[in-house]
Unconditional design. Structure first.
Length: 310
């Protein structure tokens, strides 16, 4: 385990730290007096990224990136690249929920200094791409489309929901030699339940919320679970997750490492969900992995143990 102390740098990821009391009360009461409308509102909020994060994306410096747009289904996706993706090995980066591509700049700078070209993009409903909402399958399809445009990557790196989407994209045929997943959620149903508890949605509506999300994404939530997507991926992977992550429990990263045959788990302490992305020691370990060095620990477990025990 890599024991790290928290960085003093403030995270640029925009997220809600508290749900206003009046909003929680509205979801709680509405769960009983107007369950259909309340459920529909909960699903819409769950699928809508932060407007503040989008504002920050438009204000961010493109840092000399070459940019273009790529049509992926109904979405117009803004793509950024640095270096020569035809002459240099390139790394494909996928950001997480309510984040944006240019938030990766510390990692991008480190990858460029190590000799890699870099490609990243804003997901639907995020940054400078089109749309107002997004789902995990859309995240995965966009990773696959950008990867197909540039050809085989030296590695794909995903943070948070971008990590989960990267695993699905690899399962669906994304060409990448290695994968790094940083704080990846392993279970959409569990994430939806955490969200429902956060906003105050009554427990009796949570099963209906799962079904509504399935209808919206046209896929069963169970089919998006880590243990159903990574068993057959034959590329080496490094899973990086912090024991103090309050947004995506460490047990979900452990689940990836348990079921992904050629993976290792690097656990950190004190970095949480967001600071881990820009921490210099984490970036150093990540670069070691991309160079083929042995990083992290092999998870030895059995499927009958609860997740989070290895």
């Amino acid at each position: 385990m890599l024991a790290l102390t928290p960085s003093l740098q403030k995270s640029t990821i925009v997220r809600k730290s508290a749900m206003p009391t009046v909003a929680r009360a509205a979801f709680s009461v509405g769960s009983w007096v107007a369950p259909g409308a309340t459920l529909a509102r909960a699903v819409e909020v769950f699928c809508t990224p932060s407007a503040e994060a989008r504002r920050r994306a438009y204000e961010a410096d493109e840092a000399g990136a070459k940019t273009f747009v790529l049509d992926v289904g109904p979405h117009v996706i803004r793509v950024y690249s640095w270096g020569d993706t035809e002459a240099q090995p390139y790394v494909l980066l996928a950001h997480g929920w309510s984040d944006f591509a240019l938030h990766f700049m510390p990692l991008i700078d480190a990858l460029r200094a190590a000799g890699f070209a870099v490609v990243t993009f804003d997901q639907p409903g995020h940054g400078r791409s089109s749309g107002a909402t997004a789902t995990l399958p859309e995240f995965a399809r966009c990773i696959g489309a950008v990867g197909a445009h540039f050809g085989r990557a030296a590695a794909v790196i995903g943070h948070s929901m971008g990590g989960a989407a990267a695993a699905i994209a690899l399962h669906d045929g994304l060409a990448a030699n290695r994968a790094v997943l940083i704080a990846p959620p392993a279970d959409v149903a569990a994430a939806a339940d955490r969200f429902a508890a956060f906003v105050g949605l009554a427990e009796h509506l949570r099963g209906r919320m799962h079904r509504a999300l399935e209808a919206r994404a046209s896929v069963r939530l169970a089919d998006l679970s880590a243990h159903d997507n990574v068993r057959d991926i034959d590329r080496p992977a490094l899973i990086i997750h912090d024991l103090d992550d309050r947004e995506v429990p460490w047990a979900e990263g452990e689940r990836y490492a348990r079921y992904w045959p050629s993976s290792r788990l690097l656990s950190t302490v004190g970095l949480g969900h967001n600071r881990i992305l820009g921490d210099t020691r984490v970036i150093g370990a990540l670069l070691d992995f991309l160079r083929g060095e042995c990083v992290g620990e092999r998870v030895i477990s059995t499927p009958d143990l609860p997740y989070g025990y290895a």
